[in-house]
Structure formats: structure tokens, C-alpha cells
Design a protein around this ligand. Structure first.
Ligand SMILES: N[C@@H](CCC(=O)N[C@@H](CS)C(=O)NCC(=O)O)C(=O)O
Length: 202
């Protein structure tokens, strides 16, 4: 069975949502990032980068990186329509995924959530956190304009929406301003049966 390495509250929440959307059978191993379990040798043997999400496949290989895992899941479990069917929307999906993970998450929320990781003095830490907040807010503004008045980013709920979902939960926690259409989007995702399956027991 596929093994999913997950840390609740992290970006792997987006992959958990996709696993439930696709009705995948999997087992979960919790990697508690606060306890530093990402540095355990047993986990590093699975993903030497020490990051969640990671997926250990039945053939013993490992998939890492949000976009890669998301693409592999929709390509393998085609039971629902999470991947758009036109080249234009597929390209837009990849573009948005890359923006969310590479910019909004890595250049924004990483600095908001763990500025101390960068071992700066107190002022440096605060400056970095404030830079991260501003990058995240700017990024969310752009994503809100792509969403517009649509229910989901590219028609049906899809992989880009799973990424938007996790950064929005962080925006909510951190009090980073975002538009009403993004708030409504988050409520909509939370109303999906897959969301209930993924998060109701956490
Ligand atoms: N580019 C990676 C980012 C993964 C990532 O940064 N994961 C965080 C949790 S949200 C993590 O595992 N951090 C542990 C650490 O950096 O020590 C992806 O797309 O999956």
C-alpha cells in the first residue's frame, strides 16, 4: 500500500485532501516537524530532503515535491476530474501550482512561519517575517484575481485548488489579509466530502 508521510497543518494537508478526493487507499506516517522528526534517519532514508509531503510507492520508490505528487496522483487515479482536459488549462494549472508552492509558500509563508530557522538576530527575524507576510499577501491578491468569481481556479475542483487550500489555511491562522472570494473558496473546500474525510478526526 502507498505510504503517505504527513505533518498535520503543513503543506502536506493539500496532498491529504487530494488523496481523499481520489479515493486512494493509503497508510499515513506522521512526521512531527515541531519535534524534528524530518531529521530522523529512518525518514531521511525515504526522503533525503527531509520534507513532507513524501509518498512511498508500492515499488519502493519515493515521490517528493507537491506538484510532482499531485500530478502522479491524478495521472494514476483517474477516478475523478481533478486534472483539466485542455492543454490551456493544464498549463495554467502548472503555472499556478508553481506560483503557490515556489513563491507564496517558499518565499512568503516559510518566512512568516519559521523565520528563526534562518538564525538572524531579533530585528532580522522580524524583518524576515514582515517580508514573508508582504510576499504572501501579494501572492494571495494575485490568486484572488485569478479565481475571480469562479468556484474553483480552473472549472472543477483540481490540484491547484488543493494547493490554494493549504496556503489559505495558513493565511487564516496568521491573519494575512485576503479577499472575500478567497474566504468563500476556503469555505467551499471545507464543505467537500473529501475535506471531511481528511480532517474531521484531526
Ligand atoms: N517544495 C516542497 C516544499 C515542502 C516543504 O517545505 N515542506 C515543509 C512543511 S510545509 C517541511 O517539510 N519542512 C521541514 C523542514 O524544512 O525542516 C514541496 O513542494 O513539497
Amino acid at each position: 500500500m502507498i505510504k503517505f508521510f504527513h505533518s498535520p497543518g503543513s503543506c502536506s494537508d493539500g496532498i491529504l485532501l487530494l488523496l481523499q478526493e481520489l479515493h486512494v487507499e493509503f497508510e499515513t506516517e506522521i512526521i512531527n516537524l515541531k519535534k524534528g522528526m524530518q531529521h530522523d534517519p529512518a525518514f531521511l532514508a525515504v526522503n533525503p530532503k527531509g520534507k513532507v509531503p513524501s509518498l512511498l510507492l508500492e515499488d519502493g520508490s519515493t515521490l517528493t515535491e507537491f506538484q510532482t505528487i499531485a500530478y502522479w496522483l491524478v495521472a494514476t487515479f483517474k477516478k475523478s476530474n481533478l486534472w483539466p482536459d485542455t492543454l490551456e488549462k493544464q498549463a495554467q494549472t502548472l503555472e499556478v501550482l508553481d506560483f503557490i508552492v515556489g513563491s507564496v509558500h517558499m518565499r512568503g509563508f516559510t518566512f512568516v512561519k519559521m523565520p528563526k530557522k534562518f538564525q538572524l538576530d531579533e530585528k532580522g527575524t522580524e524583518d524576515l517575517r514582515s517580508f514573508g507576510r508582504s510576499e504572501a499577501e501579494k501572492g494571495l491578491k494575485h490568486l484572488g484575481s485569478i479565481l475571480g468569481t469562479s468556484k474553483y481556479l480552473f472549472g472543477n475542483f483540481g490540484v491547484a485548488d488543493a494547493a490554494l487550500f493549504y496556503v489559505l489555511t495558513w493565511a487564516e491562522q496568521e491573519g494575512i489579509p485576503h479577499s472575500n472570494n478567497l474566504k468563500k473558496f476556503l469555505d467551499r473546500v471545507r464543505g467537500r466530502p473529501a475535506y471531511q474525510l481528511a480532517f474531521s478526526t484531526q
